[in-house]
Design a protein around this ligand. Structure first.
Ligand code: PLP
Length: 449
């Protein structure tokens, strides 16, 4: 099997995600034969550093021996079993460990099999909680502008990225959108903290006026990833927690992308010192191996569903692969690596290296912003630096960075005009410096007329 062969067959049978398939008339698919560590390899010995962790999921490299071993061990015991009426050791151990490592007060784990499904479950639980408590009028959700929560209809309704949402607008439930604390929009000289506080005033107003019809506020803490790796100050969430308590509104934290160390702490909300009412996790939960997700919630929420069957207060929601034992075993191996290798601590050096490696781009006339939160770094290309005027999206300048990177052993996949690094944590400093070099070249090529 060669590259060309697989690509030709693939284009006949596979409809690829998030892709205009016609693009592949000019932009070749990249066939991957194997992965090892940060590297992805094709059939002709070309290799690429996976700088985007294969869509933000991979944490400890491809074909990680410790995770592989955990899968083999589990698969010989039990591959899957129904989780209604039955239980198994990996799901119990994983739940205990997740309760231990997440913010205090999250004591119950409900499983699903991808991020969007976890968001859907959290939305339904929040609504159902208020209904069980005699407040069925609470049925609306508040989101932030430029947010992203997945692609299924409920999760899509909660998002605010027009590119993904607009086409389906007639199918989606209405939500109440508060302005994002996204620090990119702060005034010159204004601190990220004071901008976040200023933006919070609008959220406070929405909650004050409409809390009787609102079940929950849904946020992506610290980084709006799909929205272009836009970042904001944690004080927003400290304020939000306090307001949600005051107005009897749930706080749903979607840490699907930012959880598991991407922001520099194990979970992003640690930086706001708060506990949400619901926390959705997926992506890094299985270090990029298997589809698994979980909604963690509080005893208070759980207790509102706990009653005699005939009251119909139970959460009658499920997915076929809920709590899959192999996925749980992988998640346990992932948490072991975090603990045994002190990953959060040792990532600090890597994130310092990331910022140093791109510092020279700060003065570039077409770089509007370089921002970083822990292990996520983003460089925003602009047409005009002073006014931050973006390049028109139709010009697809990010694709030029992507194409250049492929010729230089790197998988960089910009979001529009935003070039970013979200690498596996086993990347070396030399590899980071190589990515920075490739990104610099790519930006130079991309901003030419
Ligand atoms: C990826 C993502 C989702 C959706 O997860 P899927 O597994 O792709 O359905 C939801 N929220 C955020 C913040 C994400 O980044």
């Amino acid at each position: 099997m060669g590259n060309a062969d697989l690509v030709a067959r693939g284009l006949k049978s596979v409809w690829h995600p998030c892709t205009q398939m016609k693009d592949h008339e000019s932009l070749p698919l990249v066939p991957i034969k194997r992965g090892e560590g940060v590297w992805l390899e094709d059939f002709e010995n070309n290799r690429y550093i996976d700088a985007v962790s294969s869509w933000w999921v991979n944490l400890f490299g491809h074909a990680n021996p410790r995770i592989n071993a955990a899968i083999v061990e589990q698969i010989e015991q039990l591959e899957h079993v129904i989780l209604a009426g039955f239980t198994h050791e990996p799901v119990v151990r994983l739940s205990e460990r997740l309760i231990e490592v997440t913010p205090p007060g999250l004591n119950k784990c409900f499983y699903a099999d991808n991020g969007s499904s976890a968001v859907e479950a959290a939305l339904k639980m929040s609504y159902h909680y208020w209904k069980n408590c005699g407040q069925p009028a609470k049925k609306n959700f508040v989101n932030l502008s430029n947010s992203y929560h997945g692609e299924t209809l409920g999760a899509l309704a909660l998002g605010d990225v027009a590119l993904y949402k607009e086409t389906y607008h007639p199918l989606l439930m209405d939500v109440i959108t508060a302005p994002s604390p996204d620090a990119y929009h702060r005034e010159p000289g204004e601190s990220e903290e004071s901008y976040a506080l200023r933006q919070f005033a609008e959220m406070e107003k929405i909650l004050a006026e409409r809390h009787e019809e609102i079940c929950a506020v849904v946020v992506e803490p610290l980084i709006q990833c799909a929205g272009g790796m836009r970042m904001h100050h944690p004080v927003y969430h400290t304020k939000l927690r306090e307001a949600c308590d005051r107005y009897h509104v749930h706080l749903i934290a979607d840490e699907i992308a930012v959880g598991f160390g991407r922001t520099g702490t194990m979970f992003a909300l640690e930086q706001a010192s708060i506990t949400p009412d619901f926390m959705c996790l997926s992506k890094g939960l299985t270090a990029g191996y298997l589809p698994l997700s979980v909604v963690l919630t509080t005893d208070k929420v759980y207790d509102a569903f706990y009653d005699d069957y005939n009251t119909l207060k139970a959460f009658l929601h499920s997915h076929s692969y809920t709590g899959n034992p192999i996925g749980c075993a992988v998640a346990l191996a992932t948490l072991d690596i975090f603990r045994d290798d002190r990953v959060i601590e040792s990532n600090r050096e890597l994130s310092a290296c990331m910022s140093e490696s791109v510092a020279h781009l700060a003065d570039h006339p077409n770089v509007g912003d370089i921002r970083q939160c822990g292990m996520t770094l983003a460089i925003e290309m602009v047409k005009d630096k002073t006014s931050k005027t973006p390049f028109p999206w139709q010009e697809r300048r990010g694709v030029r960075v992507y194409q250049h990177a492929l010729t230089r052993q790197a998988l960089l996949r910009p979001l529009g005009n935003v070039v970013y690094f979200m690498p596996p944590y086993i990347i070396t400093k030399d590899q980071i410096r190589h990515l920075a070099q490739v990104a610099t070249e790519g930006i130079e090529i991309a901003v030419r007329d």
